[in-house]
Design a protein around this ligand. Structure first.
Ligand code: LLP
Length: 428
């Protein structure tokens, strides 16, 4: 899973730069983004879905430089809050190429989206249809929306990242008739135009079957609405959710196979139901940014408990990567500054936070001579790490650098101690 390779001296390097040099220059913890890899993933995705628009789900990593990169690669940008929208605008993304999501968008967020002219708003509830009608009327404009449908598909992934099952907080539940009521309701609105549908079934999903099932359910819905209501919708967003490889045990499908399976299902269904292929959109987040980044940590202390385990503590942890604590997620860990001894030992790599659940990896195989001052690289940390980072225990959030062909650019500066107290309002 590491996109890094080893130098002659055994140290890992990325994009033509030794990780030990990056640690010296920029400190640790540090997110290291392989720019060529990130760009390649955008291209692979677009190539795997010919004729389909790819929207980057910016929740995975919403920082200005990353949005600029994916924008340059021709992806749309999906945002779910005023903050993500602001970041996309600061990055220079054309508003018409932005999609706004969210199950509880505020009036301010919706109004801002109308003001700047985001391309599509994904409507999640009846309340929101009414809000948009009022706001769009006040601006004398028409909101182009997709209805978010909850298709009743239970993807086999972590409970916290499933979204397509009936008992979900997102969208209009198809099986309970809410989708039908939503489209009927929208027909009465003068300032809201439903141009398509959206369905996202979850995240870190392996295999193609749930995605195929999702496409079929949605096309059947389009066909039924055409037949029963005379409503023809030309756009269909099938969501994101493609699983990536975090450890050697993960075997995700290739994007091309996933694209083939979905497009084949779409065309087959369209043929059977006499539909034209709608304008399709997919919205991956993790698969775009996840694998292109690693986190670099320095080993601080090592505690050997004979017969029990060896704890290796690093200088970050759950504040820069909550995923192991939150989802029992696993990320591959490797010694980064040298090859190390041949005989590996099983260690538990932990962070520096005041919680026993502050894991980096529970069973990390590291060279037996791993020592204080060594550097560890943790793989595939581009998605949902920085974007979910906190200042727990008042740790300053790490810096991020972009590397390519031996060149290094800081894309997020390290937080300072003063940053940590900048919003505090002291009593005296
Ligand atoms: N579209 C919608 C509507 C979504 O809710 C999501 C992710 C995506 C697209 C992108 O899914 P992806 O391609 O990245 O799987 N924090 C969790 C993942 C949460 C996913 C939330 N929604 C994690 O660290 O695993």
């Amino acid at each position: 899973p590491l996109t890094a390779e080893r130098d002659a001296d055994g140290g890992l390097h990325v994009g033509g730069v030794a990780l030990s040099e990056l640690a010296r220059e920029h400190g640790t913890p540090l997110w290291v983004v392989d720019e060529a890899d990130l760009r390649e993933r955008c291209r692979t995705y677009r190539a795997g879905f010919p004729g389909v628009e790819v929207a980057y789900a910016s929740k995975a990593w919403c920082t200005t430089a990353v949005l600029q990169l994916v924008d340059e690669e021709g992806l749309l940008v999906d945002v779910v809050s005023g903050g993500e929208l602001h970041t996309a605008l600061v990055a220079g993304v054309d508003p018409s190429r932005i999609v706004l999501h969210g199950n509880n968008k505020s009036l301010v967020e919706l109004d801002r989206a109308l003001e700047v002219g985001v391309g599509r708003i994904v409507v999640d509830s009846f309340e929101e249809l009414d809000r948009l009608e009022r706001l769009a009327a006040a601006r004398d404009t028409i909101a182009s929306v997709w209805l978010r449908i909850t298709p009743g598909i239970d993807a086999h992934t972590h409970e916290y990242v499933r979204t397509g099952h009936d008992d979900s907080k997102f969208g209009f539940t198809l099986s309970l008739g809410l989708a039908d009521r939503a489209v009927a309701r929208a027909r009465d609105l003068e300032h809201v135009e439903v141009v398509g549908l959206h369905a996202h079934i979850g995240s870190q999903i392996f295999g193609t079957d749930p995605f195929v099932a999702n496409a079929e359910v949605m096309l059947d819905l389009l066909a039924r609405w055409r037949d029963e209501l005379g409503v023809t919708l030309a756009e269909l967003n099938l969501g994101g959710g493609m699983g990536i490889r975090y450890t050697h045990e993960d075997h995700p499908v290739e994007v091309a196979r996933y694209g083939e399976a979905v497009l084949h299902a779409v065309d087959e269904r369209c043929r059977r139901r006499g539909l034209e292929r709608p304008r399709l959109v997919v919205e991956p987040g993790r698969a775009i940014v996840g694998p292109s980044t690693l986190t670099l940590y320095e080993v601080g202390t090592i505690k050997v408990l004979p017969g029990l385990r060896t704890y290796v503590s690093v200088d970050g942890g759950m504040s820069d990567n909550i995923r192991p604590a939150l989802y029992d997620a696993e990320h591959e860990v490797a010694l980064a500054n040298r090859l190390g001894a041949d005989d590996p030992i099983s260690t538990t790599v932990v962070g520096k936070h005041c919680e026993s659940g502050d894991l980096v990896r529970e069973h990390a195989s590291l060279p037996a001579d791993v020592a204080v001052g060594d550097l560890l690289a943790v793989a595939a940390t581009g998605a949902y790490t920085e974007s979910m980072a906190s200042n727990y225990n008042r740790l300053p959030r790490p810096a991020a650098v972009l590397v390519r062909d031996g060149q290094v650019r800081t894309i997020i500066r390290r937080e300072t101690l003063d940053d940590l107290v900048a919003r505090d309002v002291p009593l005296r």
